[in-house]
Design a protein around this ligand. Structure first.
Ligand code: DAH
Length: 343
């Protein structure tokens, strides 16, 4: 009896190690263990040799073993399409795979990519700069003098460790960093995050995004600036868009202007979004101030250039009909998964 029990243990090991990964192997398994001349039948036959007093316990062990073999067989058979012997693998490769969830891009990223790709087609290269900046690159080199209100603690986040360091308040710092490299001409587009110490509300946030543009070469004119921006808004908002320039003031450009586009919602008729004016302000721009060029060792007699800067949140709000800027940074997937490159 001991021999038979040892044999059963060996069979058990064989069953658990059996790799039934195709229908032929499964059928061979059935014949070996469960067939008319198989292992189970054979063991049943040895019952008569077992002493009467042990027969009951042996019967239990044998039944357990039979169940083990049957369960393994049935479980694998269920996995195969019909259980018929064939050499086709039991894995059904025609079944659809487990779907891998693809995320969606953030609406600010989508808008940034759209803006950048339009300028890239005009030959602008992407440049980036640091978000933690020094006073020179964020203010002084851009001709913002010491008493300029933008430097006020009310507007700018300064780093407590070193008051010369701050979180950049605009992407114009990248202009300076590029010009300082001393390679001309320059034709860059600079997307990035900026920070201002403002009360967070539905309309404003303490951080937001901008895209800066800069073109420096010989004989760059205001007409170049106008045509570049006109091309941009037509690509962005459609052929029917109209633009207007209003004189403005920025310390780093002279002359300076702000550019409006005809209201995307009412087409210029006047509505609540454009405050009945028919126009939406979308960017600031101008000819780079000679002092700024000098600050970066560029000869203003030889070179001229234009610059512009625009927010990304505003056009994204308009495009997607979003009414609260805080939604952009709340990481609510119900909000975020609504956006695709197509919409
Ligand atoms: N830096 C300005 C701002 O944050 C935007 C700006 C205006 C950028 C005019 C420019 C420019 O390059 O020429 O409001």
């Amino acid at each position: 009896m001991e021999d038979i029990l040892q044999q059963i243990e060996d069979y058990k090991k064989e069953i658990s190690a059996a790799e039934l990964d195709n229908a032929d192997k499964l059928e061979a398994f059935r014949i070996r263990f469960l067939g008319a001349k198989g292992v189970v039948k054979n063991l049943m036959g040895s019952m008569k040799d077992i002493p009467a007093e042990n027969r009951k316990s042996f019967g239990l062990i044998l039944n357990g073993f039979k169940q083990l073999a049957e369960e393994k067989y049935e479980a694998v058979k269920e996995l195969s399409s019909n259980g018929k012997p064939s050499s086709v693998p039991l894995v059904d490769y025609s079944l659809p795979g487990d779907p891998i969830g693809v995320g969606s891009r953030h609406p600010i990223t989508l808008m940034r990519n759209r803006i950048v790709s339009i300028f890239q087609r005009l030959g602008f290269a992407v440049a980036e700069g640091p978000e933690i900046e020094d006073d020179w690159h964020n203010f002084t080199a851009l001709n913002l003098d010491e008493n300029h209100p933008a430097r006020d603690m009310q507007d700018t986040f300064y780093l407590s460790k070193n008051p010369d360091w701050l979180l950049r308040t605009h992407t114009s710092n990248v202009q300076i960093r590029e010009m300082e490299k001393g390679k001309l001409p320059i034709r860059i587009i600079c997307p990035g995050r900026v920070y201002r110490n403002e009360t967070v509300s539905a309309r404003s946030h303490c951080f937001f995004h901008q895209v800066e543009g800069l073109y420096i070469a010989e004989e760059v004119s205001f007409a170049d600036l106008k045509q570049t921006l006109y091309f941009f808004v037509k690509e962005m908002f459609g052929e029917d868009i109209r633009i207007r320039f209003r004189p403005s003031y920025f310390p780093f450009t002279e002359p300076s202007a702000e550019m409006d586009i005809s209201c995307l919602l009412c087409g210029g008729e006047g509505c609540a979004v454009c405050k009945r004016t028919g126009w939406l302000e979308i960017l600031g721009c101008g000819m780079v101030h000679p002092k700024v060029l000098e600050n970066c060792n560029i000869d203003p007699e030889k070179y001229s250039g234009f610059a512009f800067g625009m927010g990304i949140e505003r056009p994204a709000l308009l495009k997607y009909g979003i009414t609260d800027i805080r939604l952009f940074s709340e990481n609510d997937v119900r909000f975020l998964r609504q956006f695709t490159a197509a919409n």
